[in-house]
Write a protein that binds this ligand. Structure first.
Ligand code: NAP
Length: 307
């Protein structure tokens, strides 16, 4: 029988991805929305999570599609009420929040899933498999997009906990931590903060690879030309380019695969598996790189940013 689910936060990603992905998966039955402003035709609507928890004890799973700042409070409340919880990325504002949520899920015997949608992009498993039998010499992540185009009016990304350019950049880090055959760690970072904002608009990262490969990332939110979500890898047996956020793979300049968008469908399929088997998936390795960048990063101040 389908698990009954409620979606919290009816914003951009809820409408674009969560609702269609839940509705097309027979393992889930979307029953209710918790939203301070919006309602969805055909669904029970609650303005606050505690109203939902009081009124609908039959709902087993809560999916949180809200920004990172309020997420901990909502997730903790849902876990304490014995609900399974699915977290949009990033899973929290801080690592400590994430560890607390993981422990709460254990204590209450429910599943928690820190989702990393970019890991479920079509060509990520192909690149991972290709890399597994090669020696990496160089890896460059280029994640450059126009914040005005992709985050219009989203003030929370500029507030503490909103992560700034790491909001998209953590997607690249979630792919990196998935495809690498061994862990790497951050050694240096430079973060550019607009003088009127609390989070960075650009970041340069350098990683230490234990085998000596040259590994770095460039994130920039000021790109108003072609948008780049690319990972270029040079190995002892050829070059790979993963682009379009993981949807396209070229090897030695030849197109190998151009995938379709199944990221959120795959996330809900994974969550159904976790709930069915009473398991959790709380891989925090992408968050560790972001937290290290804020900890190690040299801070530069740049021009004020206005929408
Ligand atoms: P959004 O549209 O700005 O906000 C989502 C919804 O969260 C809002 O519509 C609002 O819903 C609720 N919300 C906002 N502030 C809140 C607060 N302080 N307390 C409680 N609820 C609040 O953001 P989004 O783009 O959907 O992103 C949400 C999360 O998904 C972020 O973590 C983001 O990184 C992730 N994500 C976004 C995208 C994307 O393309 N946009 C892609 C992948 C992942 P109500 O008015 O219904 O309360």
């Amino acid at each position: 029988m389908a698990e009954k689910l409620a979606l919290v936060g009816i914003g951009k990603i809820a409408r674009d991805q969560h609702i269609p992905s839940i509705e097309s998966n027979p393992d889930w039955s979307l029953q209710a929305a918790v939203s301070r402003h919006a309602s969805i035709d055909g669904l029970d609507h609650y303005e606050a999570l505690d109203e939902l928890l009081d009124s609908r004890p039959d709902i087993t799973t809560i999916s949180l599609a809200i920004p990172p700042q309020p997420r901990f409070e909502y997730a903790a409340q849902a876990l304490k009420a014995g609900k399974n919880v699915m977290l949009e990325k990033p899973p929290g504002q801080s690592l400590a929040e994430c560890y607390t949520l993981e422990n709460l899920a254990k204590e209450h015997g429910v599943s928690i899933f820190a989702t990393w949608h970019s890991r479920y992009a079509d060509c990520v498993p192909d690149l991972k498999s290709w890399l597994s039998s090669r020696v990496i010499r160089k890896l460059l992540i280029t994640w450059k997009e126009d914040v005005r185009r992709w985050h219009p009016g989203q003030e929370w990304i500029w507030e503490p906990g909103g992560m700034g350019v790491f909001d998209p950049g953590i997607n690249a880090l979630s792919i990196l931590t998935e495809i690498m055959p061994y862990p790497v760690h951050l050694s240096e970072a430079t973060l550019e903060f607009p003088e009127n904002r609390s989070t960075p608009i650009a970041a340069d990262l350098t990683f230490v690879d234990p085998t000596g490969a040259d590994m770095s990332a460039v994130f920039d939110w000021r790109e108003d030309g072609p948008q780049n979500w690319d990972i270029d890898v040079e190995t002892d047996q050829g070059r790979a380019r993963l682009s379009e956020g993981g949807a396209k793979l070229e090897i030695d300049g030849t197109l190998v695969k151009q995938g379709a968008d199944h990221e959120y469908a795959n996330l809900y399929a994974r969550m159904a598996e976790l709930v069915k088997h009473g398991k959790s998936d709380m891989d925090l390795s992408p968050m560790i790189h972001v937290c290290d960048a804020f900890s190690l990063g040299r801070r530069l101040t740049t021009d004020a940013f206005h929408y």
